[in-house]
Design a protein around this ligand. Sequence first.
Ligand code: NAD
Length: 490
Amino acid sequence: MSDHLATVAGTDVDTRHWIDGRRRGSATVFTDLSPIDGRPLASIARGAAPEADAAVQAAANAFPDWAATPPAERARLLHAIADGVHKRLDELAQVETADNGALLRSHRVGVMPRVAHNFRFFADRLLSLAHPDFATRGHTNQVAWRPAGPCALITPWNAPLMLATWKVAPALAAGNTVVLKPAEWSPLTASLLADIAHEAGLPPGVLNVVQGYGTEAGRALAAHPGIRRISFTGSVPTGRAVAAAAARNLTPVSLELGGKSPLLVFADADLDLAVDLAVEQYDNAGQVCLAATRLLVEEPVAAEFTRRLVARAEGLRQGDPRTESTELGPLVHPRQLEKVDGFVRRAVEQGARVLTGGSPHPQLGPLHYRPTLLTQVAQDSEIVQEEVFGPVLTLQTFRTEQEALTLANGTRFGLAATLATGDRDRAARVAARLVAGTVWVNCFFVRDLRAPFGGARSSGIGREGGTWSFDFYCDLHTTVTAPTGWSEHG
Ligand code: NAD
């Protein structure tokens, strides 16, 4: 490990910023820990306002040429980046696992292929964008999607490269230049992405990566007057700070924030399926914004559902995320473990009953937490109302559909909801009344990139995905032309 280079799982990662097609260091560094053993993994350049300024300037300089690059050429370069991701898929998976502790198997099979797909999807989408024209009393209205300018993309640690490229790909496809600020707990794959984009032939300044703390580098980017769009994924308090900073420059923001989503299990559901859906909520050690962490179960099946879920939770194979058979890896950082454990301890003090788990699992490593199920929790309690972001589920019961809806919609969040029922009419009725950006019926986490993604209430502002991403990353431009007033030669 040096100040500029870390060798992680056999891959060399440059730990400096990537600005204007060059590596650039900072006067100071910060330490990136591995969740696998809690030990230092890399020393990362600690960027702040000067690095943010330099990156925004580089993005502004590169913008006119990139915006004028024909869509087919932009699409070709995005496909070349996707090819580069495919070529280095295993390295990316290994580095991401070392850095954020999520399962290597899922990085290899699901996440990194999706990273490549993000680029391919938005490249193809760009080429099929409709440019609507309207006729008004003989006048033509021509609508064009015009790139907005340099974008700041600020991302969290729970799915670092997947969430970063979910923003980078559409922003670049639309003809914008970007400054990406990855989370300080998982900064490494963003640096590899810069290498891949460079090798693919992306011109200097089109993609810039600034490393650093949110309160330094992130804050400077969010407040920067040269930024024309901010897309942020992270927690509600940070989302508020980003929106407040953006307001000073009237910079449009897209905020993908936290969740406290419900899983509603009706007595008519396939109980095996319902239990499978509940167990899925422990994926990524519960560090998933969409996780349905509030289990709402109809009374007649609650005892049986609980019995089966506890058995399944206790049977989950916890351990090293690099081991093929592991089902539950560590939490990302010692502070996250403290936070998760604090939530559980306070819930128990307030009367919650631990059905399983409820404590760390230090024999497995410093950051493992047992899959936890709590019951006897009040709707207005902290554990039901606040996002824990760990392997902690609560279980409440209901008697009627209306009661289920009241509990489901009874938080300040509205990111997603899942329901298990065997009755199609009920599914349609309940889905229509759930306050959520996405409702899954008898399934979970099925995503189509053509569909809008985002949250209601405190879970966010705006939608990304498909054409909605282009809506956000473009300034829509209308030219109205009269049929009259033309010279004879015109
Ligand atoms: P966080 O809000 O702490 O940090 C997110 C990013 O913001 C990081 O890069 C951080 O450095 C930066 N940041 C921090 N303070 C900042 C500031 N003042 N100005 C600008 N940037 C700042 O979130 P986290 O802990 O990294 O991620 C977990 C959260 O993300 C959870 O709440 C989770 O639900 C949410 N999340 C949401 C989605 C979604 O799509 N809705 C997806 C994944 C995660």
